[in-house]
Design a protein around this ligand. Structure first.
Ligand SMILES: NC(=O)c1ccc[n+]([C@@H]2O[C@H](COP(=O)([O-])OP(=O)(O)OC[C@H]3O[C@@H](n4cnc5c(N)ncnc54)[C@H](O)[C@@H]3O)[C@@H](O)[C@H]2O)c1
Ligand SMILES: O=C(O)C[C@H](O)C(=O)O
Length: 328
């Protein structure tokens, strides 16, 4: 039985993400949890003629939803409005993520946990600290989904060069998931050479792609459909590796670097970072390897240097929310 739970399943991301996951033959039970409307969304999706069973779980039924889950995907929480940073969401979303993590620790402590809720740079450390308190933290099983940055990167590169296939052109995006912490490694795209102006334009658009959508939606939220696409791509890659045993799958994702002690030792010693987005290879247990940092151009190294201090602040804020609330 492969039970996948979507927490926040009735939301702007949750609904289309659940629709995409309903297509997967790797899932036998799709459990939809939300504080509003989950049973309605579940009833609707349950009529789709694929094998998985769909169940809906309302506010009081979090434990039932999470019980025995193989994978939990979390797009629960509030999205940005124009003028807000992702960090402005911390006040509300940190508590939501803490409570869901408590539920996961109690009901499915070995689940793979895929975090979409912002600010991802801080919400992933919150999950980790809650699990640590329950003795249930395995860094190979907790992921911040930064796939939308990767998806945007290949699309925006395609807009400059329509001879590439945007779907199969994978761009490594390292760092984190907000503004300057998003560091696209454009120098490693095979066959591409960008002018300084193109690099500036592409980098800015990838780092602030989320703002483009927030502005266009004009108060009605942030990216939902492209995020559902990216979230499904990431979730399915995790399932392909952990359920179907497919090897060699790699995605950029924000993880705790202790998932690969040996591979990240030098990087951790140099940067003093505990969390970072990087290309990760998946295996049966989640992270099988964090790939070495690609050789960066001088341009990318400068971006990384600017990302590290902000990442540290974001990580410390998430960690302290659980370990020392007086510091928040
Ligand atoms: N990682 C990324 O790249 C990325 C991309 C887009 C959006 N996001 C983030 O995803 C989150 C959700 O965005 P959205 O547009 O779907 O928002 P939304 O408001 O449309 O949906 C959020 C859903 O979460 C539910 N919810 C709230 N508290 C909950 C709880 N305690 N338990 C279960 N469900 C709960 C709400 O009822 C709602 O249905 C936001 O924080 C947003 O910033 C992240
Ligand atoms: O921009 C946002 O707030 C949502 C998301 O993180 C995005 O990158 O689209």
């Amino acid at each position: 039985m492969v039970k996948v739970v979507v927490c926040g399943a009735a939301g702007g991301i949750g609904q289309p993400l659940s629709l995409l996951l309903k297509q997967s033959e790797l899932i036998t039970h799709l459990a939809l949890y939300d504080v509003v409307n989950a049973p309605g969304v579940a009833a609707d999706l349950s009529h789709i003629n694929t094998r998985s069973t769909v169940t809906g779980h309302g506010k009081e039924a979090m434990n039932e939803a999470l019980q025995g889950a193989h994978t939990v995907v979390i797009p629960a929480g509030v999205p940005r409005k124009p003028g807000m940073t992702r960090d402005d969401l911390f006040k509300i979303n940190a508590g939501i993520i803490r409570d869901l993590s408590e539920g996961i620790a109690r009901n499915c402590p070995t689940a793979f946990i895929l975090v979409i809720s912002n600010p991802v740079n801080s919400t992933v450390p919150i999950v980790a600290e809650v699990l640590k308190q329950h003795g249930a933290f395995d860094p190979r099983r907790v992921f911040g989904i930064s796939t939308l940055d990767v998806v945007r990167s290949s699309r925006f590169v395609y807009e400059l060069d329509s001879s590439i296939d945007p779907k199969s052109t994978r761009v490594t995006v390292i760092g984190g998931h907000s503004g300057v912490t998003i560091v696209p490694v454009l120098s490693k795209i095979p066959g591409q050479k960008f002018t300084k102006d193109q690099l500036d334009l592409l980098t800015h658009r990838i780092q602030y792609g989320g703002d483009e959508v927030v502005k266009a939606k004009d108060g009605a939220g942030s990216a939902t459909l492209s995020m559902a696409y990216a979230g499904a791509r990431f979730t399915l890659a995790i399932l392909e590796a952990t359920v179907a045993g497919k090897t060699g799958l790699v995605e950029s994702t924000y993880v705790n670097l202790h998932a690969d002690e040996e591979g990240t030792a030098a990087f951790r010693a140099r940067t003093h970072l505990e969390y970072f987005a990087q290309d990760v290879e998946f295996g049966r247990e989640g992270v099988s390897k964090i790939l070495p940092l690609p050789e960066l151009s001088a341009y990318e190294q400068a971006l990384l240097d600017a990302a590290v201090p902000e990442l540290k602040v974001n990580i410390n804020k998430g960690t302290a929310f659980i370990t020392d609330a007086s510091k928040i």
